[in-house]
Design a protein around this ligand. Sequence first.
Ligand code: GLC
Length: 781
Amino acid sequence: MFEKLKGYRVEGNKVYFQYEGENTGKNPCEKNPCEKNPCGKEPCVEVISDSIINVFADYNGLGHRSRAIEWDAQKGNDTSENAKSGKLETVSQDESGVTIKTKKLTAVVGDNFRVDFYDNNGMPLSLAFRGERKERPAISPMMLAFLAKEGHASAGSILGDYPVQEVRALDDADCIYGLGDKTGFLNKRHYMYEMWNTDNPNPQEDNFKALYKSIPFMLVLKEKGAYGIFFDNHSKTYFDMGKEGEEYYVLGAEEGNLDYYFIGGEGLKDVVADYTWLTGRAPMQQLWTLGFHQSRWGYETEEEIRGIAEGMKKHELPCDCIHFDIDYMDSFKVFTWNKETYKDGGKVISDFKDMGIKAVTIIDPGVKVEKDYYVYEEGMENGYFAKTPEGEVYVNEVWPGDAVFPDFGNPKVRTWWGEKQKYLVDLGVAGVWNDMNEPASFRGPLPDDIVFTDEDMAAPHSQMHNIYGHNMAKATYEGWKKLTGKRPFVITRACYGGSQKYTTGWTGDNHSIWAHLRMAIPQLCNMGLSGMSFVGTDVGGFGSDCTPELFARWIQVGCFSPLFRDHAAKGTRMQEPWQFGEEILSISRKYINLRYELLPYIYDLMHECEMSGMPMMRPLVLEYDKDENVKNRNDEFMLGDRILVAPVVEQGAREKLVYLPEGTWYDYWTGEKVEGKSSFIRKAPLDLCPIYVKAGAVIPKYPVRMHVGEDKDDLLILEVYPGEGTYTHYQDNGENFDYHQGGFNTYEIHNHDGQVEVKKQHDGYRDYGKIEVRKSAAFEK
Ligand code: GLC
């Protein structure tokens, strides 16, 4: 595309390049013609901060139209507390190209707009690939037709050569993480993925290319150093992570611009911190959202859903939230209530409130086509729904039958949708679960050319699809913030990079199969590395029938997942914790209780996430990225940096092969001391999930309570472990944004082998009734 480098010019933090030759590759403008800046004339490299460099070729002449970076990275006007500076230090040219230096990174731009990145000691971090790409032997059209007949539809998708493309070199030792919500294992190397928000309810294998969310962000851990690439193109993109050829990876798109952010760091934590700085960090949620949530599609009547709340009490299971799936609506019309089956909505919700249980209701984007239905009429009157290229309102089918799709890319539609939330707020609902927002549709996918709005201009579905869920979540979040002043609790199925500013997420329709329990760990960990920290899977699995053993093991993983929700599909085996007999009920109670004990620790992690971008649930490799033994560890994870969870995820297993990284650890249950950098077998009967705590740790705990807010003498317990350590504990009202105005406390806690000093550091909220230090079982050994 770009041939020989002719020259460059510098404008502030930007360096523009001039190249010889016309655009000789496929022309991205064919799909999206433009006149302003044909085929990326004068591509640009721009310093965003000392460790972030943007690479940009403006193929469509529209400039940066990021929906993930919602401050002007190009103008550098980040006014947030975390604002950082960075500038282009020097630019020089020699035979290898134009060298651009920041305080931390060096980029060398050469012929063909190849960009190589180095750290400032000259160590290569990421080089453009210069070799030949490998083509797989072609398959004849006849053979392809045979393959398709037997259902092998994806056969024949061979070499991906995309109009917008970046091919970069891989070193043998490189591991690849992130990519948001993808199936398979932690390390994405050798796999191929697509970013196209997809509702595919089949059991998800490791060869699945796309799921509900598209977060085009990858992290590469090298033998030395780490980097990330945020490929900020929200049309359909392709991530070949070394599948086509061992020595390179390919990022591709059929439309949009070449627009990526290179983030260089010493370790993975630097990369996560920078990515979340760039795309925004997840703000804190209300404390109750960390409690246990019970849900099911198919609680068909008010009596039935009341029975669930009573069941939780009867079985002494702490619970903060019951979810109302589509069953509560009148004919699946959003912002309505089925008065026949669910009676007076306000009453059940206020009765739940009296029991300390919140209600979260599902809201889908598809608005039923029905005369006199107020949401439909208002949207039609104002032109708020997506249209065909001929200008007709576009209709497809979702739960309510014929439905139309709000055009969430239009700011006016978002405001309107935000105002519609008042219906739920007035009913006493506490949060919203946004579903089907890929958007899913039953009469085939939405055609590529359906017309939406992208803020201030029309844009086709092909460009708006991946940000539909993002914009819906943004509308919902902003509406709730305005209406309630509280921290809005939104859960989404579909999203894009940066959605963490507005929403939490769940992994959609998994199945009650062991493979899905196993996958939950790398899937949630990779989402955390991709900015989405508050996430969870449907505990017990959504589709298929759960077994008692699977449920017991899943609740043990759920206990440490940020979103802890039991949910299942209509027609599957009932899946509340008491449906599997006494043993499973008591195991469930044990782990739900443990979750409630750990609430202040998890809340601290949520605060850390807003401050630094570090996810609550972490792969071991995030903490120990020099340790070869954890680079591919899929069946253990960390909650913060001091609790390691090694759950059993195999049917029938009553032992677990545990690996602990460097340092001294204590078995949470027995207090036994174990030196790290070792593997061993831990007995793991069905009621035991192996957990290890780092030496010197302080773990803040609450007494078990039936729900958040239940008064338990306002007691904070500091559980301490042998060794030396410091810990910062955070406390606020758990509800609104006062903490942004200083309404919080922080405590600095020093643990000198069980001798504990607590010092208040920031004083902006009421004190605890009592703080009690408890020595863990490790002191008795
Ligand atoms: C979708 C959701 C699922 C929900 C169902 C009915 O399949 O992913 O969680 O229960 O729709 O609303």
